[in-house]
Ligand binder design. Structure first.
Ligand SMILES: Nc1ncnc2c1ncn2[C@@H]1O[C@H](COP(=O)(O)OP(=O)(O)OP(=O)(O)O)[C@@H](O)[C@H]1O
Ligand SMILES: [Mg+2]
Length: 309
């Protein structure tokens, strides 16, 4: 007898996923795996193929080719079981205009036998004061919070959040981040679609950077910046025409002057060496500021342009 050992820690496997809409290739040969309990991000600009990818994973779209397994299920074949075990917050969602907040939560909870924990979700997502309000009377951010709560009401093993915090105010946004961390701590795997760099950096254990349907890089936020954005940046104001040359400092990689601002990119101890040189020339920049490499720089390195949404 042959024993096959399956790696159950991988809750999602995607192999060579491809999705075309007529001539347009929206997802182009994308492969990745997600482990149980991970917060896995898909980051990329408008039209990158993020929503199409997660819709294929949730069985909402048929892929053109490739293999998908979510919780060991094929989304194209086991949609019923998949629906019971996953949660979905879709980028474009609607509910009947007159349904009340508590009714929607109660309705969605009824899909899971014995589930009555929706009151806690209503409190967590700050919807208690709107329990009796109709869906149509909610603000954009309140609707968004309701959709996130609805995605979580069946205690999903995997939750898909497509632009979770779009439309949320800064307080609600940070509150949402804390709640997502809590959900993950309770064992739920989170697939997060976003084009917010700070959100990806704060929440994601690993991040897939996608652009024009292609997966360009996949790693932890720290791994991505270490690999693709090694230069630190410094900037200061200087209007004079007697700026000493900084290019002869070996750690300096690039100097740019835009208007009255000097921007210098470099590695290692370039900031101290540059400051010493400036002071030697009698220039004391009083607004010298530095910036660590960010995911924005990673995106710039990988695509040649900044993320535009
Ligand atoms: N139903 C459809 N029919 C035809 N083309 C589509 C359809 N849905 C998406 N597309 C196209 O596929 C590409 C990927 O779209 P998708 O919605 O997956 O991008 P996205 O990364 O989620 O973008 P966004 O950040 O704007 O939500 C886009 O060029 C889009 O116009
Ligand atoms: Mg989208």
């Amino acid at each position: 007898m042959i024993n096959t050992i399956q790696d159950t820690s991988k809750v999602i496997r995607v192999e060579n996923l491809r999705k075309s809409y007529k001539d347009l290739v929206a997802v182009d040969d994308v492969s990745f795996e997600v482990s149980r309990g991970e917060i896995f991000g898909l980051l990329g600009p408008n039209g990158a193929g993020k929503t199409t990818t997660v819709e294929c994973l949730q069985g909402l779209r048929r892929c053109t080719s490739g293999k998908i397994s979510v919780l060991g299920l094929d989304p194209a074949k086991n949609i019923g079981e998949l629906r019971r075990r996953i949660g979905s917050q879709l980028q474009d969602s609607e509910l009947p205009q007159r349904i009340k907040v508590w009714e929607a939560l109660d309705l969605f909870a009824s899909i899971t036998p014995g589930e009555n924990g929706w009151r806690k979700l209503m409190k967590d997502w700050d919807l208690e004061s709107k329990a009796n309000a109709s869906f149509s009377s909610l603000s954009g951010g309140q609707k968004q919070r309701l959709f996130i709560a609805l995605a979580l009401v069946n205690h999903p093993e995997v939750v898909f959040l497509d632009e979770m915090t779009t439309g949320l105010d800064p307080v609600a946004r940070h509150g949402a981040w804390d709640l997502i961390k809590e959900i993950r701590a309770n064992g739920t795997t989170v697939i997060l679609v976003t084009h917010f760099m700070d959100e990806a950096e704060e929440l994601c254990d690993r991040l897939a950077i996608v652009n024009q349907g292609k997966l360009l890089a996949l790693d932890s936020p720290f791994g991505l910046t270490s690999k693709y954005a090694t230069n630190m940046k410094a900037a200061f104001s200087y209007e004079g025409d007697d700026l000493p040359s900084m290019e002869d400092i070996p750690q300096v990689k690039k100097v740019t002057r835009i208007g009255g601002t000097v921007e210098v990119e470099g590695i290692g101890s370039f900031v101290s060496l540059m400051a010493a040189k400036l002071v030697n020339h009698g220039i004391v920049p009083n607004d010298l500021r530095t910036r660590q490499p960010s995911l924005e720089d990673v995106f710039l390195t990988l695509t040649g342009h900044r993320i535009e949404v």
